[in-house]
Design a protein around this ligand. Structure first.
Ligand code: PLP
Length: 404
């Protein structure tokens, strides 16, 4: 486990020293949002004290600084996923990124869009809403191990315009072979959107290797600020994308009778943007690069393995995640006969932060897993084996006392 100097890294995250309910915080709700290092927190303060102005518009010194920093952030994020800067659209979060695609990609009545049972609501509801336009929504199935039905992608319904699929499930941890799905979809003439909200924070990610047309992710799950996310749009898409919001800085020329729109990314960034957020996300990417995404991936793989080995010793606990061919550091479970919120409450009394409920994936949790909720512990590279030990000890106490 020496890919990462955890002790040193933890010094960068002030919140990890916090006491919660009289216990040292053990933060295992990373799939909901990550914690932020000093470098990002202080960087944002630096931005407001030294660089703050509305970029692109004004020509004074500060505005030029802000413009430069905004462009630099775009470049950093592009490099981080192997994209070109002009392929990076800043949005609020993965949710907005996916919704944006559902608006700008011109769907016609009778065309199909495919999503899956593994999805977060963010990659489901934007597509279900397209039914109002007569678009047909197909849902790829999953097997008893929560692996996606790859055969479905070999024979997509004719007229499938877009395949939207999560890279990593936020409930089961299933890690989909998105490269293969993309290849299959492209062979059949469909575009591909990958929801990478749970993958880009945890592993090396190369958009050109995967070759997807759209990729969505959120800054706050990868050490960045809230309110900043990314939509990657492959610049070779031939489809004529429509504008989303209209307003400032998204046109080349306009008069009352004629509008000439900007190209991407500006086309999709109408109005004053979250410059502080983009700047902060750039700093987060610097931080991740310093550690190395490969090191993060390896470290998390080992910590996940450790967690699952430990979990085998538990009694009265039903585990839902970790069954797939490939899975990530998400551990979803219930103490048998005990509601997920109650388990989360008792863990919280010991300073252990987990999530409970439907995880914004109600069709998966309720319809497929047949549960009224699950508890989810999710790791990041600053978590330690000692934290896993303590979590397991407290979970075991709850399971022995309340489980059946
Ligand atoms: C797989 C997945 N997709 C999309 C989202 C939505 O992210 P956000 O709420 O930041 O838009 C989440 C959030 O948990 C997620 O886990």
């Amino acid at each position: 486990m020496n890919y990462i100097e955890t002790e040193k890294i933890r010094e960068d995250f002030p919140i990890l020293n916090k006491m919660v309910n009289g216990n040292p915080l053990i933060y295992l709700d990373n799939a909901a949002t990550s914690q932020r290092p000093r470098q990002v927190i202080e960087g944002i303060k630096y931005f407001y004290e030294n660089l703050n102005a509305n970029p692109i518009r004004s020509i004074h010194y500060l505005a030029e600084q802000a413009t430069l920093e905004y462009a630099k952030a775009r470049e950093k994020i592009a490099n981080f996923i192997g994209a070109l800067p002009e392929e990076i659209v800043f949005v609020r979060n993965a949710t907005e990124a996916i919704n944006l695609v559902s608006f700008v990609l011109p769907f016609k009545e009778g065309e199909h869009v495919s999503t899956s049972y593994l999805e977060h609501h963010s990659n489901l509801l934007p597509w279900l809403r397209l039914r109002e336009k007569g678009v047909v929504v197909d849902i790829a199935g999953i097997d008893e191990n929560y692996d996606i039905d790859m055969d479905y992608y070999k024979h997509l319904p004719t007229n499938t315009k877009l395949v939207a699929l999560t890279h990593v499930s936020n409930v089961t941890g299933t890690t989909n072979d998105v490269k293969e799905v993309t290849r299959l979809a492209h062979e059949q003439g469909a575009l591909v959107l990958i929801d990478a909200a749970q993958s880009i924070p945890h592993m090396p990610f190369d958009v050109k290797d995967i070759n997807a047309d759209f990729v969505a992710f959120s800054g706050h799950k990868m050490l960045g600020p809230f309110g900043i996310g990314v939509l990657y749009i492959n610049k070779n898409i031939e489809e004529n994308l429509k504008p989303f919001l209209t307003g400032g800085e998204m046109i080349k020329d306009v008069n009352i009778n004629k509008i000439v729109y900007e190209d991407a990314p500006n086309l999709f960034e109408a109005g004053t943007q979250n410059i502080e957020g983009a700047y902060g996300l750039g700093l987060a990417v610097d931080y991740l690069n310093r550690i190395g995404m490969q090191n993060i991936q390896k470290y998390e793989e080992e910590l996940t393995k450790y967690l699952y080995e430990k979990a085998e010793e538990l009694r009265n606990v039903e585990v839902y995640s970790g069954k797939s061919k490939k899975f990530s550091g998400v551990f979803s479970f219930n103490v048998k006969g005990f509601h997920s919120h109650d388990t989360a409450y008792f863990l919280d009394r010991k300073g252990i932060a987990v999530r409970s409920g439907f995880h914004c994936a109600q069709p998966l949790v309720e319809d497929r897993l047949k549960l009224d909720g699950a508890v989810r512990a999710s790791i990041y590279f600053y978590n330690t084996k000692e934290e896993i030990d303590k979590f397991m000890e407290e979970l075991n106490n709850i399971a022995v006392k309340y489980g059946r």
